[in-house]
Design a protein around this ligand. Structure first.
Ligand code: WT7
Length: 650
């Protein structure tokens, strides 16, 4: 698709940081910021070397960056470092063991707290439990868990012993788990019996059982008891994690990890049907997560920081777990839905725990807007001092609502652009420095050399849309796709001849040099801030017996940003009925997970194609968005006439 993404936005409102915010901010002096930013671009070795030396190394690094095998970077070459030490031991050693690390609240209202010293002891016990079942350095461990403290324990325990975690979001189906377990060659799984969601128990262990049918590589399924739902037990394979952990020592020596040892895999959708196992390594990832958390969220010891993302996504990895804990922050973790038992639950949590920093997604913000201001305003929000958003472009209207209603016009908003692949925030305001504009992620973070270019790689002038690229390597960049180096090179580096990292996003810059992200330019959709590949959904649809062909496109949706619209042709003798449409939606949920459930199924006589047989997606997008004639969705529509007209035009 060509970047015909010139913007229609013309947002001129500006919100500079208040003097009150600046007075206490980590960074508030523009000259100091300019100096640091310039250094980070002109002398990245000096900049990143200094940041990295703030972390507790087991063995110092010899070289900051080796870019000789471009596009495969090696950062902090020769160093050894363990993430769990940076997140736990260093704080305890510095006398901060009594500080609260995690405040957790379950959906039913139960709660727990862990100090840094307690978290360290529990992580060690969990690490020893993993070891007791033979999990060792380099092994891949899949996590399919709810938002409970044990998911943090499990990740840090893996990091402590050098096992590679692969967290699978709890909304994925058995088939999606199976695909990920097989692709990663996982030998163990950590899960829970179930989780509380919208007042009900959502079973997890049964989904894992189904996923593992016929999977030979997994020797152990560690189960955390959370919801006390009835589950089946495979003796020899299944163990209660807490029972085993209780018997273990509260000490476990951190495995010395090379800077470039893999820390985790996290699967994300690309433009083909097969999700990619994005591979992040140890030191560079930590440096990126650590520094961005410190400056973007302006963390202070007295903050109560809440990132509402599920740990199953990259936002949860970097900004619920690793970044905040490396900074010694106090983190709120909440298990359940934002409207359970009432639409004000988030704001009740803010008031109850005196949350100071809140980081959430535009789709959530739009839901709160829809539910009504009164659910927000009836709770005290005077503790809030900073708001953040991530996951998709935020419309100026939602941004303004977030600022005025949630933040009482007092809190700066950081709209942070980044990706699973980038590991940490890349384009963002700094709250004590940047004058923000509603809808803009503003400027690149330290060390990020971002540009907007046309098809030929020429930088486009201000106001013009183009492809967003990153021109220099950065510490927390992905190091590859698990088991598929060629796909890594092809997906991210081939578009501009190996010169720059291609993000897959379109963007434009305004006269002030601010970035405005305009969304994906490939066959990737963003539904509620979750990335989905149209091909993945299409292959799920055609795996249904009644379906012959399917094309999935996105259409704008007020709440979820984009929604999935599927055009489907069915086999001879099959009848297009609302029941079949429903069955197909269910089928996709079953194959991939609820998050991929199409909002709309449209039956078609045939899909519109070009003369060379390519599906005319642009036409389908127009139809889905209501820009062309629409009809009853259960009649077989014939798009061939429209298609022929288009071909004549083009
Ligand atoms: C894609 C990455 C890493 C955060 C969670 C999503 C879109 C992300 C923004 C933003 C506009 C954004 C982009 C990006 N995106 N943040 N602040 N403004 N768009 O991670 O699943 O890897 O998706 O999300 O399209 O490429 P992800």
């Amino acid at each position: 698709m060509s970047p015909d993404i010139d913007s229609v936005l013309n947002e001129t409102r500006r919100f500079p940081p208040s003097a009150e915010f600046q007075a206490r901010a980590q960074l508030s002096d523009p000259a100091q910021y300019e100096r640091l930013y310039r250094e980070s671009i002109e002398d990245p070795d000096a900049f990143w070397g200094r940041v990295a030396r703030e972390l507790p190394w087991q063995q110092p690094f010899e070289r900051v960056l080796d870019w000789s095998a471009k596009p495969f970077a090696r950062w902090f070459v020769g160093g050894k470092l363990n993430l769990s030490m940076a997140c736990l031991d260093q704080h305890v050693a510095a006398g901060r063991g009594g500080r609260t690390a995690i405040v957790w609240e379950g959906e039913p209202g139960d709660s727990e707290r862990y100090t840094y010293a307690e978290l360290l002891a529990e992580v060690c016990r969990t690490a020893n439990a993993l070891k007791a079942r033979g999990v060792k350095k380099g092994d891949r461990v899949a996590l399919y868990m709810p938002m409970i403290p044990e998911i943090v324990l499990a990740m840090l325990a893996c990091a402590r012993i050098g096992a590679i975690h692969s967290v699978i979001f709890g909304g994925f189906s058995a088939q999606s788990i199976k695909d990920r377990v097989l692709d990663g060659g996982c030998t163990a799984v950590i899960t829970a019996d179930g989780s509380w969601r919208r007042g009900k128990v959502l079973p997890l262990k049964p989904v894992v059982d189904e996923a593992l049918l016929g999977v030979k590589s997994v020797h152990t399924v560690f189960v955390v008891q959370r919801a006390a739902n009835e589950i089946e037990w495979q003796s020899g394979r299944d163990v209660w994690l807490s029972e085993l952990a209780r018997k273990q020592s509260a000490e476990c020596a951190p495995e010395p990890m090379d800077s470039e040892d893999t820390l985790f895999l996290l699967y994300t959708s690309g433009s083909t049907g097969k999700p990619k196992g994005i591979r992040h390594t140890t030191a560079g990832y930590l440096v990126g997560a650590y520094l961005s958390t410190k400056y973007v969220f302006d963390l202070r010891p007295d903050d109560l920081y809440w990132c509402t993302a599920d740990v199953g996504w990259i936002t949860g990895h970097s900004y619920v777990v690793y970044g905040p804990l490396a900074n010694g922050a106090t983190v709120l973790l909440y298990e359940g839905a934002p409207n359970q038992p009432h639409p004000g639950r988030f704001w009740e949590l803010v008031a109850k725990h005196k949350v100071t920093i809140l980081y959430t997604a535009p789709t959530a913000i739009r839901s709160f807007m829809r539910w009504g201001d009164e659910h927000v305003t009836r709770f005290d929000r005077s503790s809030l001092r900073l708001l953040g958003t991530v996951g998709e472009p935020i419309n100026p209207e939602a941004w303004m609502w977030y600022r005025t209603v949630v933040g009482e016009s007092r809190c700066p908003i950081v709209d942070t652009w980044w990706q699973t692949e980038t590991g940490s925030i890349q384009i963002t305001p700094l709250p004590g420095i940047t004058a923000t504009k509603p809808g803009s992620a503003t400027r690149p973070f330290f060390g990020v050399d971002a540009a907007i270019v046309d098809e030929q790689g020429h930088e486009v002038p201000p106001g013009k849309g183009g492809y967003l690229v990153i021109k220099k390597p950065w510490p927390s960049m992905l190091r590859g796709i698990w088991g598929d180096d060629a796909r890594y090179v092809e997906t991210y580096w081939s578009k501009f001849g190996g010169r720059w990292y291609f993000t897959g996003d379109g963007a434009r810059r305004d006269e002030d040099g601010y970035f405005w992200i305009m969304g994906r330019v490939d066959d990737v959709l963003n539904v509620s801030g979750h990335r989905l590949s149209t091909m993945e959904v299409e292959s799920a649809l055609v795996s249904h017996a009644d379906v012959v062909e399917a094309a999935v496109v996105g259409r704008p949706d007020e709440l979820t940003g984009e929604a999935l619209c599927a055009f489907v042709t069915i086999g001879p003798g099959k009848v297009a009925t609302p029941a079949l449409a429903e069955a197909l939606k269910e089928h996709v949920s079953k194959e991939i997970g609820k998050l991929a459930r199409p909002a709309e199924i449209r039956f078609a006589e045939a899909l519109p194609k070009t003369r060379s047989g390519k599906i005319m997606r642009r036409l389908l997008r127009d139809i889905a968005a209501g820009r062309e004639v629409t009809q009853d969705t259960t009649t077989l529509e014939d798009y061939s006439v429209l298609a022929r007209l288009r071909i004549e035009e083009e």
